[in-house]
Design a protein around this ligand. Structure first.
Ligand code: ADP
Length: 409
């Protein structure tokens, strides 16, 4: 079967999936990931669409983090033996930063790769790994179209007042502006909401993507209006290891008084902060929820407080809120976090039904709640596959090369 391979190469994991070209909406054929196994090694796990395990292997890795090149090598070697009749129509890549230049999925060539490489400094935790996945797939599948799908693209329509920092205008023109991230997730979840509750999806919706990375997005009629993430994936919420929004005066102080340079600040803000830094225990919400240490409870309290504050900000950007949607590893799985976030919005007429919150319901709102609350699992791989299939279909219909496809507005 003609298929689409999606690759999501991150700093600590490589996720991948295969989709049928003509039935991307039916979900993945197979999918899996290579990630830390929690005991110092890496685990390569692949499942078919019914949940059956196709591969489950462990690898010893130095430093408990698998190198992206090695992860891709393992995946490609497995694909060549386990799926010998692989007939790829295209490879879709998750790319975190598209900058001001890329606001739609784009076919990759040397020029686009060079432009994305220039943006790597803006997303040091992600973009270099995305680019490794792109390089490996271009080498492994020559002649197969490679499509980049951007986390920033969903937010490309933000108004100037949402995108601009209060800096001299020249900085905005130079690309120093708020972009927003997690766009593939928001795009997918907004489309799911439109299927589940079409009327409310047209109204003022706040989507909370709460995972290792975390952000909020204000969405109206399926379009992003504002987001808590900005120029980089550091701004906004407290995350697993990232600080979230911070007074820039802190950075000036650390540079001037503590002699910290860009490399030291990058490590501090991206890797040592957030839940990990606040708790001194773990970046992982499951571990913090299970811990009796007061530092774990305090870290969770900071996480919750910032989410509540920023939900207020997102609602204000739309003049109100009609629905709140939880997604991401924490948003989908932690009834405690959802309940604590919601408890801050009694005054807004938002109430979660405790029973619905603890089973696997899609709608969590209490019958009395004016604001409807949902739990919608995200699927960034499916969103990539849909974008790629759309681009392929448009190219086929117009009989033009992929990179010249004109997109409808
Ligand atoms: P990423 O941003 O890397 O894709 P995920 O969306 O997978 O991350 O989210 C990972 C986070 O979700 C971790 O903090 C993990 O502890 C948390 N998580 C997953 N399952 C649960 C659960 N059942 N309860 C609480 N937190 C959970």
């Amino acid at each position: 079967m003609r298929s689409i391979l999606t690759l999501n190469a991150g700093s600590s994991s490589l996720k991948f999936a295969l989709f049928g070209l003509t039935d991307v909406h039916h979900g993945q054929l197979i999918g899996g990931q290579i990630a830390a196994d929690g005991s110092g090694g890496a685990r390569f796990l692949v499942r078919d669409c019914a949940g059956g395990v196709l591969a489950d292997r462990r690898y010893a890795v130095p430093g408990a983090v698998i190198d992206a090149d090695r992860a891709i090598e393992i995946l490609l070697a497995w694909l060549s033996t386990a799926v010998p009749k692989l007939d790829l129509s295209a490879v879709g890549h998750r790319v975190v930063h598209g900058g001001a230049e890329f606001s739609r999925p784009v076919a990759l060539d040397d020029g686009v790769v060079a432009a994305l490489t220039r943006l790597a400094r803006l997303a040091p935790l992600h973009q270099p790994f995305n680019l490794k996945g792109i390089a490996a797939a271009r080498a492994a599948f020559p002649g197969v179209p490679q499509i980049a799908c951007f986390d920033t693209a969903f937010h490309a329509g933000h108004a100037f007042e949402q995108a601009a920092f209060g800096l001299p205008r020249a900085y905005y023109e130079d690309g120093i502006r708020r972009y927003g991230f997690h766009g593939l997730s928001y795009d997918y979840v907004a489309r799911q909401l439109a299927r589940i509750a079409p009327a409310v999806a047209e109204e003022r919706v706040v989507i909370a993507h709460l995972g290792n990375g975390a952000s909020l997005c204000a969405v109206r009629s399926g379009r992003s209006v504002a987001s808590t993430m900005g120029f980089s994936a550091l701004d906004g919420l407290v995350m697993g290891t990232r600080c979230g929004g911070i007074d820039p005066g802190v950075l000036l102080y650390l540079m001037a008084e503590k002699g910290m340079d860009a490399a030291a600040l990058t490590d501090l803000l991206y890797r040592q902060s957030g839940l990990k830094g606040l708790s001194g225990l773990s970046h992982d919400m499951r571990a913090l929820e299970a811990s009796a240490a007061p530092q774990a409870a305090e870290a969770i309290a900071c996480f919750i407080a910032r989410i509540r504050r920023e939900i207020g900000a997102m609602a204000a950007a739309m003049g109100g809120i009609d629905a709140l949607v939880f997604t991401g590893g924490i948003g989908e799985n932690s009834a405690r976090i959802r309940a604590e976030v919601a408890a801050g919005f009694d005054w807004l007429g938002l109430a979660i039904d405790p029973a619905r919150n603890t089973d696997d319901s899609v709608e969590l709102s209490a019958p009395s709640s004016r604001v409807r609350v949902f739990r919608i699992p995200t699927d960034e791989d499916a969103m990539i596959a849909r974008h790629v299939a759309g681009l392929m279909a448009a190219a086929a219909a117009d009989l033009v090369p992929l990179d010249q496809v004109k997109w409808a507005a």
